[in-house]
Design a binder for this molecule. Structure first.
Ligand code: GAF
Length: 394
């Protein structure tokens, strides 16, 4: 079995723990894979409208240990949950809310594409902070896909793994997500963000040079229970706008195909609830392209202002923020050592992404912590961002 070179090996305690857990449940040494979570510099709720996004892989992620077991049964152990689960490859059906759905979904999608997935034993472990919105589900699916492809020598291209992970999330978890998260997990590059065109599904790597500034995530530690259904509703709202706008613009396929001035020309076509959401998608796509240019020119002040504008648009026009994220953004935006802040990911909880002067980070952490605790009676979590490599066999 070819094993790819070791890049950024997983922390030894994690690797040792995974191998130990594997050996205590199954015989023989497993093959190990890793796939990271992701941040998104800018470009939210644009991927499912075939727009632009600007994500990057992070150092935290999901490890998978796997071996074949010459049967139709897949036996799983989650080291984090201390749980076991098994399923038969001949009767794959989602089990509401279960973590094993992501593994079953990947198997189902691979088999539908003609790959003869057979039984395996698998142990899973991860270090993505819970509820942070760093996309642990995409990391899980991509790590599992990488592992299955490697032990059965399928050689599945990364793009296909990302597409299976997206489809698996639709069919097995009920979230009609876009391609961004699994794509970033699969293709991530150390020190670079991916300027991804979600229509062509191709990307350009853009170095993230931040000079005297650093990126830090502030985890609000909230996840609102209706987040998944609200996400699907936002996607449907965009699709409804496209259906209505096609009367005047028959050539458009998604909101990405429209400029803001075109949208404003036909404002009356859209109900009041839909217009600001369509406006968000169109302006956010522009902000992504402007951000990539700003980063390439080293214009961090402008990049920061685009982050702030993205937050306002997500909060006021797209309505996917929440009081905790608005508070964290507004409090941080008011600080002179902060160039820009916005909520990150699907919304309704998770993290803000902050561009902060490196030498002032300790002060920033102390002040945000006090302010957040005073307002919400809970502590936020601060997560430094290290832009890292994508999925790999270890
Ligand atoms: C979630 C989804 F999974 C992504 O596809 C994307 O739409 C994001 O929310 C919002 O930008 O992470």
């Amino acid at each position: 079995m070819p094993r790819l070179g070791t890049i950024n090996p997983m922390p030894v305690p994690m690797q040792a723990q995974l191998t130990k857990t594997f050996l205590s449940h199954f015989a023989a040494n497993p093959l190990i894979t890793f796939a990271p979570g992701r941040i998104n510099l800018i470009g939210e709720h644009t991927d499912y409208q075939e727009g632009f996004v600007f994500p990057a892989a992070v150092k935290q992620g999901i490890w998978v240990a796997i071996q074949k077991n010459e049967s139709p049964i897949c036996r799983l152990v989650s080291a984090d949950f201390g749980q076991e689960f098994s399923f038969d490859l001949n009767s794959l059906a989602p089990k509401k809310g279960h973590w094993a759905n992501y593994i079953m979904g990947m198997c189902a999608l691979m088999r539908q594409s003609g790959y003869e997935v057979k039984g395996f034993d698998m142990v899973l472990a991860g270090n993505i902070p819970v509820g942070s919105g760093l996309s642990s589900s995409a990391a899980l699916s991509v790590s599992v896909g990488t592992a299955i492809s490697a032990i059965f020598d399928f050689g599945i291209p990364k793009k296909n793994l990302a597409l299976y992970a997206q489809k698996s999330e639709h069919l097995y978890a009920g979230v009609n997500c876009g391609i961004m998260d699994p794509y970033a997990s699969a293709f991530g590059v150390e020190g670079k963000a991916l300027l991804l065109d979600c229509r062509s599904k191709t990307h350009r790597e853009i170095p993230v040079g931040l000079g005297d500034y650093s990126l830090i995530l502030v985890n609000s530690k909230v996840k609102h229970s209706l987040a998944d259904s609200a996400y699907n509703e936002r996607r449907e709202a965009c699709e409804e706008s496209v259906r209505l706008l096609k009367t005047d613009f028959p050539e458009i396929n998604t909101l990405r195909d429209l400029s803001l001035s075109e949208l404003e020309m036909v404002r009356a076509i859209l109900p009041d609830a839909l217009f600001p959401k369509a406006k968000h998608v169109i302006t956010e796509c522009q902000r992504v392209l402007q951000s990539a240019k700003a980063l390439q020119k080293g214009n961090l002040a402008y990049f920061g202002s685009l982050l702030n504008a993205s937050h306002s648009s997500l909060s006021q026009d797209f309505e996917v923020s929440c009081p905790e994220l608005d508070f964290l953004s507004h409090t941080a935006q008011a600080k002179p050592e902060v160039l820009g802040v916005r909520m990150m990911g699907g919304g309704f909880g998770g993290c803000t992404l902050n561009l902060v002067e490196t030498k002032s980070i300790e002060k920033f952490i102390a002040q945000i912590q006090i302010a957040y605790e005073k307002q919400f009676f809970k502590s936020p979590e601060f997560i430094p961002v290290e832009i890292s490599e994508g999925a790999r066999v270890i």
